[in-house]
Structures are given as C-alpha cells and as structure tokens.
Ligand binder design. Structure first.
Ligand code: 13P
Length: 393
C-alpha cells in the first residue's frame, strides 16, 4: 500500500514534490513487514514546457538540422570548398542554412554552436528569430568536447559540466530551448567499462542540469562507426551503453518525457567486409531501441555518423515502415550539409541553389520520417560516404 507523505522544496528551481513510502509484504506470511522504501519524484519548474518543447521537436514529418560544428570542425567544412575559417565565412554559411525559405516544413529544430546562437544575419536579424519565424526550435551544443580518458584503452571523455547550469540559463535567455551533449564510445577500443560508465554518467548529469534550466537535453552517446566488427557486435555494445545511460538518467531523476535521444544506427563497423541493407540496419536498430528505451521518451533523432546522405535517408525510411513507440527521425549534420556545401562553393550567386539543395535533403528525410521516401533520382554526390576515421565534432 502506498501513501503520499510530504513535499519539500530545494534551493534551486526544482521541487521535490513527493516522497512516497511503501510498506512491503515479505515472504508467505500475511504479516506486513515495516521496511520502507523512499521514491523521490521530481517535478521541476520547467517540466510542462520541456514536455511541450520535446513534442514540438518530435513532430510528424520533421527532424533536426545539426549545424553545431565547433569552429575547428566548421573550418574543415569551409576548407573543403576553399574558404578560410573566419568568423564572417562561418556566419555567411550559417546564414545560408538558417534563412532557407520554407525550411520549417521539414525541420523542427536546429542545433547551433555558441557563436551562432549569438549571431545575426547581415541585415541584423538574430538567427534565433529567423528560426522562430519558421517554427523551428533553436538548440545549443553545450558540451566542451572530448579529451583523453586516463586509465582507459585510449578512449575519451566529454568535458563541460563545470559552469553548465549558469551557461544553460544564459542560453535559455538567448532563446535556446534544447541542448546537445555528444560523447563517444569506440568499439575497437573495447569499449572499457570505465569509458561506458563515464559517458553514461556525464550524459545523465548534463541532462538533469539542462532540464533544471528549461532546456530539453538531447542525449547522444555516439557509438563510432570505426572498426571492422559485424553488426551483432555493434548491437551488443549499443545495448550495454543505452542500459547504462538509462540507469543513470533515472538515478538523476531526469524526466523522460522531456528528453530526446540521438543514437547511432546499429550498423556493421565501417571497415567490416560486408555492408548491411537498410532493412537489416532497421531491424537491429529498432530491436536495440525497443529493448532499452521506454515509450515515455518522445523522440529518437538519429545522427548520420559518416553515412552518405542517401544511405542515412534510406535507413531512416526503413525504420519507419511500421509504427514505433516513439517519433523516429533525424538530427543529421553531414548527411544534410554535404550537397549544400558542394553547391554553394562560397559564391553568393550559388546561394539560392544551395538553399534548394538543403530543402531537397530536408524533404527527403521528412519523407523518410513518414516512411514514404524513394531514392529514385538522387544525385551521385548524395550517395558518397563521408566516414572519417576517428572523427571529432
Ligand atoms: P553527423 O550527422 O554528421 O554524424 O552529426 C553528429 C552530430 O552530433 C551533430 O550534432
């Protein structure tokens, strides 16, 4: 029998609204044992808003445009088309993407790097306002990147928890409503139990802090494509990682209705001798998710991880051939930007064509979210893989 007992407020914006005591029946005896179990249930000041934000990002036929490359990674994108890594060039590229007319039909959220969150168009309109005008929720990358994890098999851990609460509060003021934290797990490196635990714990602490400050956390333990292992090995590692992530999310009282996930698809390693079909990838990925992710989670927004644009879209389409317990969609960076960059080449006269190229990819993925995509007529460029060994973001 359960009875609600008392409510307690903490010093921050969170409220611990209830602690329930259970009297448990033990053994076959009808005597009630007096063992009491406390179950704290957390409801923060932002809970309703978080649930609403997550729902609007996970809305039918839409997904996330990820353009949160750090300055260094954005520099690599720009140098691939012969541009210098300067702030005006980064701004011009992000302006092209974020001012694409009609983008909101296919895109529900955009993940920005801190620099972009505070930038405006050359006409002085804030990027966050451009997004809001298209009914796109602005998001922000909050992690501080990967560094070596001492005591592991040459693995890494993700920095950024120090000062995260105050940074998140500032990002919220600037208009961000969701956050992203990307950590990685490497299959060829083990992964070690230490690296998996560290990844999961970091994600859970970040998720709790984000929710406390009004940002829906995107939980992203990227299982890197690197390696020559078969798909079964990826499945095994993904199940282990997600089990641990959900264990710590629950321990940190994260509200599952107010998070989004950004998993890697379950595929063979990039150097494995055989490629898997979209149907096989969908089967393995959905089995893993169904075993590990509660239906309370509103959305699964896959990363592309170095797959070609067409591959990433075909795989997503295969996952949406029958109903899923969650919205299954995309949060692609490379698989939405590759053709756009190649079309733009940094030339103002190519801007319109580049925006059209973005709409083509966004629409293809929107159709894939609805399970209605066909790869007929796709360009050769969109079929080129983008896998980079040991990729950093
Ligand atoms: P990709 O789709 O390029 O793998 O991007 C991953 C990511 O985390 C972007 O936010």
């Amino acid at each position: 029998m359960a009875c609600a007992s008392f409510a307690k407020l903490n010093a921050s914006s969170s409220q611990w609204i209830a602690q329930q005591s259970f009297t448990q029946r033990r053994g076959s005896s009808t005597r009630l044992a007096s063992r009491r179990v406390s179950l704290p249930i957390r409801a923060g000041a932002y809970t309703d808003e978080l649930v609403q934000t997550a729902k609007s990002v996970a809305s039918p036929g839409r997904g996330i445009l990820a353009i949160d490359e750090s300055n260094a990674t954005c520099g690599k994108r720009l140098s691939s088309i012969g541009l210098d890594n300067t702030e005006p060039n980064r701004q011009a590229y992000r302006q092209l993407l974020l001012t694409t007319p009609g983008l909101g039909e296919y895109i529900s959220g955009a993940i920005l790097f801190e620099e972009t969150l505070y930038q405006s168009t050359t006409d002085g309109k804030k990027f966050v306002d451009c997004l809001r005008g298209e009914n796109i929720v602005p998001g922000i990358k909050v992690d501080k990147g990967l560094v070596p994890l001492p005591g592991s098999n040459n693995e890494s851990w993700c920095q950024g928890l120090d000062g995260l609460a105050s940074r998140s509060a500032e990002y919220y003021k600037q208009g961000a409503r969701f956050a992203k934290w990307r950590t990685v797990v490497s299959i060829p490196c083990g992964p070690s139990a230490l690296a998996v635990k560290e990844a999961a714990w970091g994600l859970a602490r970040y998720a709790a802090i984000s929710q406390d400050n009004g940002l829906v956390p995107i939980v992203e333990p990227e299982i890197l494509l690197d390696g020559d292992h078969p798909i079964e090995r990826t499945l095994e590692v993904a199940e282990k990682v997600w089990a641990e992530v959900f264990f710590y999310l629950a321990q940190n009282n994260v509200v599952f209705e107010g998070i989004l996930l950004k998993p890697s698809m379950v595929t063979p390693g990039a150097e494995h001798k055989e490629k898997a079909s979209p149907e096989t990838i969908a089967k393995y990925t959905l089995s893993m998710l169904k075993r590990r992710v509660p239906p309370a989670v509103p959305g699964i927004m896959f990363l592309s991880g170095g797959q070609s644009e067409v591959e990433a879209t075909l795989n997503l389409n295969a996952m949406n051939q029958s109903p899923n317990p969650w919205h299954v969609s995309f949060s692609y960076a490379r698989a939405l930007q590759n053709t756009v960059l190649k079309t733009w080449q940094g030339r103002p006269e190519n801007m319109e064509a580049a925006q059209k190229a973005l709409l083509v990819r966004a629409k293809a993925n929107s159709l894939a979210q609805l399970g209605r995509y066909s790869a007929q007529g796709e360009s050769e460029e969109a079929k080129k893989g983008m896998f980079v060994k040991g990729y950093t973001y």
